[in-house]
Design a binder for this molecule. Structure first.
Ligand SMILES: Nc1nc2c(ncn2[C@@H]2O[C@H](COP(=O)(O)OP(=O)(O)OP(=O)(O)O)[C@@H](O)[C@H]2O)c(=O)[nH]1
Ligand SMILES: [Zn+2]
Length: 361
């Protein structure tokens, strides 16, 4: 029997997530002489892929669509035309796509990773929970068609991991929550089991412990090992980072700079990017807290009057500003409630302890 999936040449590719279902989808491509490959990293006009016979640098033909979402990205399955210059001939349909959301409605999203099964949302137990931010990450995971999994990191530093876990349970019903510690190795094996053979990405704010967790999952200092020294065209050495790494127990981990940089709660940052020209002008207003509403010496108004900036740009800017302020106040209120609740539970715990001691006397 020689089923293509059991063919020896395809065995390494199964380590990168190739399944019988994908193999079935590939039937026509195979008949056309193309070979399957998974995209490990994207460059301008080319990409690094892994095939059943090892890594290949392949060219990517100029896009037929203006839509950047149609461009290949890390995690995509490609149909490769081998030869003198290997070429990505087609992409298989994506099962999921993590798209960077843009505040501007007209611009297309940018796909950061494709065919991801599980989004691990890393939440540090060493700092107060930011519920609004967690909600944004959850929305991103669900919206991408992936399964979110909340991993509470730095369990060894937690004041009260159970309380945080309880709060998150009410926030994210039905989502698995796992308390881990890379320092003690707690629950890393369970996380490995939960991820199974699928494709995983780690999301979360900087300093949450994503790299540390990735290394624990990879079983060695593999993120560092994943950096390969390579020579570029001019003979210079550069560090090439693999952005898709096989996990020892099966499945793969995707780690791209785009995913690392994703920060959804920073609405203010987004504002500055989307309305850069208004932020720029506002710096020249006479008053620091200028509302651009008829104040003397307002540079934004002056620009509108001069026809340099459209009135509706200011209106859009104001709308987003209100949304950002609302978001921030919601977070602040949550944090306040949380502190109060934590204090309450600490006091009631202390009361119970004292009562118990009194009875012992
Ligand atoms: N005590 C303790 N410290 C941890 C744990 N996991 C990570 N850290 C520490 O937290 C710091 C940040 O960890 P990283 O893994 O670099 O965090 P990151 O999320 O990858 O950060 P970025 O690369 O900025 O996105 C490091 O100093 C780690 O040693 C843990 O389980 N327990
Ligand atoms: Zn002004």
């Amino acid at each position: 029997m020689n089923h293509p999936f059991t063919d020896q040449s395809d065995v390494p590719l199964s380590r990168y997530g190739w399944t019988p279902t994908l193999d079935h989808l590939f039937t026509d491509h195979r008949a056309a002489g193309l070979v399957p490959a998974r995209i490990v990293r994207v460059h301008r006009g080319s990409c690094d892929v892994i095939t059943g016979h090892g890594p290949v640098r392949a060219t990517v033909p100029a896009p037929r669509h203006a839509d950047p979402e149609a461009a290949p990205c890390t995690g995509d399955w490609a149909a490769l035309r081998l030869g003198q210059t290997p070429e990505v001939a087609a992409l298989l349909p994506r099962s999921t796509a993590i798209v960077r959301s843009t505040a501007s409605r007209t611009s297309h999203g940018q796909v950061l990773a494709a065919n991801v099964d599980t989004v691990v949302i890393a939440v540090s137990l060493s700092v107060p929970l930011n519920a609004a931010r967690l909600e944004r990450f959850l929305a991103l995971a669900w919206g991408s068609g992936t399964r979110p999994l909340i991993v509470l990191t730095k369990g060894d530093l937690a004041a009260d991991a159970d309380a945080v876990q309880a709060e998150i349970t009410t926030l994210a019903p039905g989502v698995d929550i796992l308390v881990t510690s890379a320092a003690t190795g707690d629950n890393v094996d369970i996380l490995t089991a939960l991820l199974g053979g699928g494709t995983t990405v780690l999301l979360g704010p900087s300093g949450t412990g994503k790299s540390t967790l990735a290394n624990a999952l990879l079983g060695e200092d593999a993120l560092a090992i994943g950096d390969v020294r390579a020579q570029d065209g001019k003979g210079r050495h550069t560090t090439v980072r693999r952005e898709l790494l096989p996990l020892p127990g099966g499945g793969v981990l995707i780690d791209t700079p785009g995913l690392r940089g994703i920060s959804l709660h920073d609405a203010a940052d987004g504002l500055e990017q989307v309305f850069a020209e208004i932020e720029e002008l506002a710096r020249d207003c006479r008053f620091d807290d200028c509302g651009h509403d008829g104040e003397p010496g307002c540079a934004v108004r002056a620009a509108i009057e001069a026809g340099e900036v459209a009135e509706r740009r200011l209106a859009g800017y104001r709308k987003l500003q209100r949304e950002a302020a609302f978001e921030a106040s919601r977070t602040d209120a949550r944090l306040r409630d949380e502190r109060v609740n934590r204090q309450k539970s600490i006091s009631s715990h202390l009361r119970a302890t004292y009562k118990f001691r009194d009875r012992q006397r």
